[in-house]
Design a protein. Structure first.
Lengths: 167, 348
């Protein structure tokens, strides 16, 4: 086993276990913290795919900023295991069955897709995720969508400030 | 059968390097607490700690021993797991920054070229930001798990302060990166060492001042120590903590200070570059060691400035803090970025 494989299996196990813990945890604060662990594992996967920029941006934006805001909300609303509504048995069963069906569809799709047969993940060779290449592509080939997206973000920011402002 | 086919020597080399850097950082942090008390004493015209050992040099060990020996109290209504996790996370995040800082050039030992940097990744400075944003969790988890309103308020204050100042900090940094064209800290340092190239402070004076102010806010140093405002919040987010867990929180602040000084020295003050001196005339190993010394001196100067400011300027009010961050620093950083962009465009 090469070090890449060891890291892949470790990170995958970490991601899956953490993702399950997000759902299983009774306390919402625990759920958020497990979700942070999921993001870390996914960042690790990005690094294995040689997409270091995506990995670190995932860490800064999702683990560092968005999850902190989630924590803010949960902590200020004082949600905890007692205040969390408990769903009844039938609801859980229905959720498990429909989720399982969805998983089955996804797995069969991935297994049969023509685009994915005999393909290997570019663990070390792939270099589109490096900041230099990504920047060049974003600012040459995709410059118009990129700029439109940034205007969208800006309007979202302005909107948040307008809503949050006291009259 | 080669079950684990990788360069074991490289791993040993890196482990030794990590151990040295982490313990050296902790040792420096230990004596930074002592220096803080001494500097405070000098600025307030009193002798400061002087009883333990010559000039009071054993004071940090006495302080540490006191913290360890104290009774460990976990409040009965606290969330036990997270209460213990909080200080550990704060400390881990503080120490993780040291991985990308270039502490020196390369040393050749036992026929191996050893770079005095744990990882030279091409997104080095973004890694620092990632780790800083993770460091917020230590504070927030600790504040929430204490199950105390004051702790929670302090943690929220600390987190919102850190997020607000991170923005101005990264915009100030963008202007610098526009001139360097690289995110790797080692490349940035080597560019500054090149003959005919000044330190980045000469090209980015405003950017450095903004970065410095934001770094101070990120480290929760006075005048930005709102999370520890004892006149409003009793003590701060670590109010319920005692013994070594409190020690970890207080200590992580000093480690953060060292790391942010090292980052600033690398970004704006040439890192391990010795001013007005061409290192290439020295033998390689000696040049590397002298370079480490130069970086350490720069770090010590930065830490002194941090302390100087702490014992000179009183704490801001919370609204003043937010106004400064959002209405002064971010526009200034944007202006700085535009000016830098205009200069680069004009020179092309």
């Amino acid at each position: 086993m090469s070090i890449t494989e060891i890291l892949f299996f470790f990170l995958s196990a970490l991601a899956i276990v953490s993702a399950i813990m997000v759902l299983v945890s009774k306390n919402p604060v625990y759920s958020v913290l497990w979700l942070v662990a999921v993001f870390f594992a996914i960042s690790g996967h990005y690094i294995l795919l040689n997409a270091q920029f995506l990995a670190i941006v995932n860490m800064i934006v999702y683990a560092g900023a968005i999850m902190v805001l989630f924590l803010f909300v949960i902590m200020l609303m004082n949600l905890n295991a007692q205040s969390e509504p408990q769903k009844n048995m039938w609801m859980k069963l229905a959720g498990v069955i429909s989720g399982g069906c969805f998983l089955m569809v996804l797995v069969s799709l991935v297994r049969q897709a023509n685009e994915l047969t005999n393909k290997k993940a570019l663990t070390v060779e792939g270099n589109i995720g490096l900041i230099k290449n990504l920047g060049k592509v974003l600012f040459s080939d995709y410059v118009v969508p990129f700029e439109i997206t940034s205007v969208l973000f800006l309007s979202a920011m302005v909107g948040a400030i307008v809503i949050g402002k006291k009259d | 059968m080669t079950l684990l086919a990788f360069d074991w020597l490289l791993i040993i080399e890196k482990l030794v390097l990590i151990a040295i850097i982490v313990f050296a950082s902790l040792g420096i942090a230990l004596y930074t607490t002592f220096a803080e008390r001494k500097v405070a004493a000098i600025l307030q015209d009193r002798p400061g700690p002087e009883r333990a050992g010559p000039f009071g040099l054993f004071q940090p060990f006495a302080d540490g021993l006191k913290l360890i020996m104290k009774e460990e109290i976990i409040p009965s209504s606290a969330n036990r797991t997270l209460f213990i996790l909080g200080p550990g996370l704060a400390m881990t995040a503080a120490l993780m920054t040291c991985a990308v800082i270039p502490w020196g050039g390369t040393v050749s030992l036992f026929g191996r070229e050893i770079s005095l940097q744990i990882a030279d990744i091409n997104i080095g400075i973004l890694y620092v930001f990632g780790v800083v944003s993770v460091g917020i969790y230590g504070m927030m988890i600790g504040g929430w798990a204490s199950n105390n309103k004051f702790s929670l308020m302090a943690a929220l204050r600390g987190a919102s302060q850190a997020i607000s100042y991170e923005l101005a900090m990264s915009i100030a940094l963008i202007a610098l990166l526009m001139t360097t064209g690289s995110l790797s800290l080692r490349t940035i340092v080597e560019q500054q060492m090149a003959p005919g190239h000044l330190w980045n402070i000469a090209y980015q004076p405003l950017g450095f001042i903004l970065f410095f102010i934001c770094a101070m806010a990120e480290c929760n140093r006075t005048p930005f120590d709102l999370p520890e405002a004892e006149n409003e919040l009793n003590f701060g987010y670590h109010q319920e903590y005692s013994s070594m867990k409190l020690g970890f929180y207080l200590f992580s602040e000093y480690v953060n200070m060292i790391m942010s000084s090292a980052v600033m020295a690398s970004l704006y003050f040439g890192g391990y570059d010795i001013p007005f001196f061409n290192e290439s005339v020295l033998p390689q190993n000696i040049a590397a060691l002298v370079g480490v010394g130069a970086l350490l001196i720069k770090i010590v100067i930065f830490i002194f400035v941090f302390m100087w400011i702490r014992w000179t300027i009183p704490r801001f009010r919370y609204d003043q803090l937010m106004n400064l961050g959002w209405k002064s620093l971010i526009p200034l950083a944007l202006v700085n970025m535009l000016i830098t962009g205009a200069f680069i465009l004009a020179r092309m």
